[in-house]
Design a protein around this ligand. Sequence first.
Ligand SMILES: *[C@@H]1O[C@H](CO)[C@@H](O)[C@H](O)[C@H]1NC(C)=O
Ligand SMILES: *[C@@H]1O[C@H](CO)[C@@H](O)[C@H](O)[C@H]1NC(C)=O
Ligand SMILES: *[C@@H]1O[C@H](CO)[C@@H](O)[C@H](O)[C@H]1NC(C)=O
Ligand SMILES: *[C@@H]1O[C@H](CO)[C@@H](O)[C@H](O)[C@H]1NC(C)=O
Ligand SMILES: *[C@@H]1O[C@H](CO)[C@@H](O)[C@H](O)[C@H]1NC(C)=O
Ligand SMILES: *[C@@H]1O[C@H](CO)[C@@H](O)[C@H](O)[C@H]1NC(C)=O
Ligand SMILES: *[C@@H]1O[C@H](CO)[C@@H](O)[C@H](O)[C@H]1NC(C)=O
Ligand SMILES: *[C@@H]1O[C@H](CO)[C@@H](O)[C@H](O)[C@H]1NC(C)=O
Ligand SMILES: *[C@@H]1O[C@H](CO)[C@@H](O)[C@H](O)[C@H]1NC(C)=O
Ligand SMILES: *[C@@H]1O[C@H](CO)[C@@H](O)[C@H](O)[C@H]1NC(C)=O
Ligand SMILES: *[C@@H]1O[C@H](CO)[C@@H](O)[C@H](O)[C@H]1NC(C)=O
Ligand SMILES: *[C@@H]1O[C@H](CO)[C@@H](O)[C@H](O)[C@H]1NC(C)=O
Length: 809
Amino acid sequence: MAKTTILLLVFFFISFFPSSPCCPVDQYHALLQFKSYFFNTSISNSSSDSSLFDLESWNSTNSDCCKWDRVLCDSSKVVIALHLDSISPILSPEPMIVTSEALTPLFRVKTLFLLDISSNSIQGEIPGNGFSNLSKLVHLDMMQNSFHGSIPLQILHLRFLQYLDLSGNSLNGILSPQVGYLRNLKALKLDENFFHGKIPEEIGNLAKLQQISLRQNQFYGEIPASVMHLKELQVLVLRNNSFSGEIPSKIGDLSNMTTLDLSKNFFTGGIPPSIQNLSKLEALRLENNMLSGEIPSWLFNIKALRYLFLGRNKLAWNNKVKIVPKCMLSRLSLKSCGLAGEIPEWISTQKTLDFLDLSENNLEGKFPDWLAEMEVGSIILSDNKLSGFLPPLLFQSLSLSVLALSRNNFSGELPENIGDANGIMILMLAGNNFSGPIPVSISNIYRLLLLDLSRNRFSGNTFPVFSPDAMLAFVDFSSNEFSGEIPVTFSQETQILALGKNKFTGPLPRNLTLMSKLEHLDLHDNKITDELPIFLSKISTLQVLNLRNNSLQGSIPEGLSNLTILQILDLSCNNLTGKIPTEMGNLVGMIETPNTFSSLSDMFTFSIEFNDLMVSWKKSVQGLSSRSLSLYSLLDLSENQLSGEIPVSLGGLKGLKLLNISHNRLSGHIPASLGELESLESLDLSHNMLSGSIPQTLTKLQELTTLDVSNNELVGKIPVGRQMDTMSDPNFYANNSGLCGMQIQVKCQDELPPPEPEENETEESWFSWDGAAIGFPLGFFLSIAILCLTGYLIPMTPPKRLRYQRRRI
Ligand SMILES: *[C@@H]1O[C@H](CO)[C@@H](O)[C@H](O)[C@H]1NC(C)=O
Ligand SMILES: *[C@@H]1O[C@H](CO)[C@@H](O)[C@H](O)[C@H]1NC(C)=O
Ligand SMILES: *[C@@H]1O[C@H](CO)[C@@H](O)[C@H](O)[C@H]1NC(C)=O
Ligand SMILES: *[C@@H]1O[C@H](CO)[C@@H](O)[C@H](O)[C@H]1NC(C)=O
Ligand SMILES: *[C@@H]1O[C@H](CO)[C@@H](O)[C@H](O)[C@H]1NC(C)=O
Ligand SMILES: *[C@@H]1O[C@H](CO)[C@@H](O)[C@H](O)[C@H]1NC(C)=O
Ligand SMILES: *[C@@H]1O[C@H](CO)[C@@H](O)[C@H](O)[C@H]1NC(C)=O
Ligand SMILES: *[C@@H]1O[C@H](CO)[C@@H](O)[C@H](O)[C@H]1NC(C)=O
Ligand SMILES: *[C@@H]1O[C@H](CO)[C@@H](O)[C@H](O)[C@H]1NC(C)=O
Ligand SMILES: *[C@@H]1O[C@H](CO)[C@@H](O)[C@H](O)[C@H]1NC(C)=O
Ligand SMILES: *[C@@H]1O[C@H](CO)[C@@H](O)[C@H](O)[C@H]1NC(C)=O
Ligand SMILES: *[C@@H]1O[C@H](CO)[C@@H](O)[C@H](O)[C@H]1NC(C)=O
């Protein structure tokens, strides 16, 4: 990067020499055409506020295009550099979509040395032919667009090229203060380039190449051997692709290398010994691959090394080797590397350390005093076996911004002086043995964004009072021993407030409505009394409301349906009475297929499991990670004393995946409209006083995997066809007033003999009586498989359904 800056400075000085009065006419026209073309090809025209585009100076009032913004000319008044990054307003509510054709006019400016068109959401393939015109290019930056296809060969023939950035973009690896204020994160929708395929061998033609980044694309295959010809290479970034194979053993020949980032791929094999010859290497990032073997201790002899990321491979740390580092690291990640024993003391020699991630190891012992004394910015020690008190010294650090100690065995009270560390943004202490009250000083940490104290033994009924404009967006105090009234002393910025599984009492405080950004309110398993207050419907940002297992009385207020983006409503296990309001059918968030952008996703790349929402899902309690909530839409009103009929309007909640109204006093018929709940996977109507028959429309529920109608007064034939044929657990039909059907092996009175077997597959196939099943809904399997893979859904009971056999006659 430094080199580029120098390059630009040189250009800058050159452009001061006066020469011919104007830029060439053809370049002037080419640029004006680019401007109009760029905006004409934008599909959305709502954001036509040209001030956003920063190209006002590109107009005919001034015919010298060398004087325009973002244009640089040399002494002979020809355009040599165009800085066209971020000219389309990606962050506007309706992003512009520009196709790569918009670049066409630029290919007439053949004198370009530098072209930067990064961050513009440009779509389509890279126009290769055009780049063959720009044969003088030294610096080409196209990152953060939406290009797809491969790298055109014409680019790989640009023989002067020194800098090539085709990376997509996303919030990258480390959360540090430099990331800035995260509160705007939600608005960032970052586009990626989508280059598929292998890197062409022709990459070896770029003999002058010093820096290349292909980060966050979809390249696969091995690193081409020709890359070893790029002797000038200093920076090689292949992060987050699907590269595989071994790291080339000759990588050590690229002796000018300063940054080697191969993280987030599928590389195998060991760390090549030749890397120790890279004496200028400053950053080595190999994390999140499938590398194996021992972590070589010579890595710490590379004097220039500053960043070392090896976590999440199959690498093994030799706990016996004594490390005497010759490097002075500022960032170190040895996550999941098999470290055992105490936190290695050689780390104390790394005086410049700013980021330390030793999570997912077997470290034990105390939090070392030497570490507390170092001014480290991020300390991530989650998922180890560390114990003892936190040293108060730690909180005298003004650098500390991330402290993640979740799932260890730390104990004792939090030091009173915790608030002295007022640079902390992320404080995660979940799953330890901490006790006592939360120190009041914690509210002095004005940048605190995430506070996770869940699953400890904290207690008390007084809470720190945060300033209303504090940044505190995520608060999780669940599973502790807090008591008193629900605290509302958090910030107005709070988006997630999880206080479940404590001993809170009293009514819901009206001040909850002051949290005007609250999306997720989880107060399950407390002792909240009083009626379900209507003022909750004023928190129009709510997506998740969980009041399960409290002592709420009275009826469900109709106004609750004003919560138009509510996706998860759990009022189960309370003492609610009256009817289910017809207006519930208007809960828009449960009608549309959810597509909300989870505010937490991608924010923390060091793994966090923050505030799993516990819900009753298919007859077992499951944790839904807050990251995946957008996938769900649930309505659970079970275990109350609701009466009256099931409103027909509930059939309108087409986005619902789970509807549980069991264990109430509901009467009347099951409305046929429930057959319209096309996404429904689980329907529980058991333990009510429902009468009549099961409506035939339920055969339309193609995603259904659990249906429980037991303990009602239902009669008649259980509908057959599609998923209904798989609903064959007799327990789910038990204790009714005369159900019959093949699912429960009870013949109906009027039943005809089985029809002749047919060759043709009809919608109502005939099944054997022994619990045959067909067509598990693909959607269900896919989503569960994905959830399990990604660890979103933590099954607490093994799935039973897999035992069914597919059989057809
Ligand atoms: C862009 O649109 C303007 C007005 O709508 C038109 O005059 C101009 O010719 C268009 N330019 C191109 C390159 O299509
Ligand atoms: C562009 O704006 C015009 C007038 O404001 C509108 O009629 C038209 O539908 C818009 N086109 C698109 C694609 O948004
Ligand atoms: C044209 O560009 C000049 C600066 O070069 C600027 O002062 C002027 O406001 C621009 N005119 C328009 C119509 O944008
Ligand atoms: C290359 O430049 C010439 C003349 O400047 C132009 O006519 C031609 O269209 C350009 N090629 C491409 C592919 O844009
Ligand atoms: C990695 O890249 C894929 C697309 O290629 C993207 O969906 C994903 O979010 C990226 N992950 C990170 C952590 O950047
Ligand atoms: C490496 O960098 C040095 C100094 O920047 C330069 O002189 C040399 O040519 C470069 N290339 C190789 C192969 O060392
Ligand atoms: C390091 O470089 C030297 C000379 O360039 C070479 O002899 C040696 O084999 C290299 N070491 C490794 C481990 O590749
Ligand atoms: C955690 O620490 C406590 C003492 O504070 C000890 O009794 C307990 O056994 C430890 N638990 C584990 C799993 O090490
Ligand atoms: C609740 O709101 C009232 C005014 O509406 C205010 O006086 C009181 O201090 C607030 N309580 C808390 C704990 O914020
Ligand atoms: C529910 O309400 C009934 C009658 O109002 C009361 O007797 C019962 O104790 C309540 N149950 C709970 C769990 O609050
Ligand atoms: C719900 O919205 C309607 C119309 O927007 C409004 O008239 C009504 O007062 C709202 N109810 C509550 C409880 O906020
Ligand atoms: C299968 O169905 C088609 C059309 O529905 C019918 O013409 C054909 O005779 C059927 N075949 C058998 C074997 O029933």
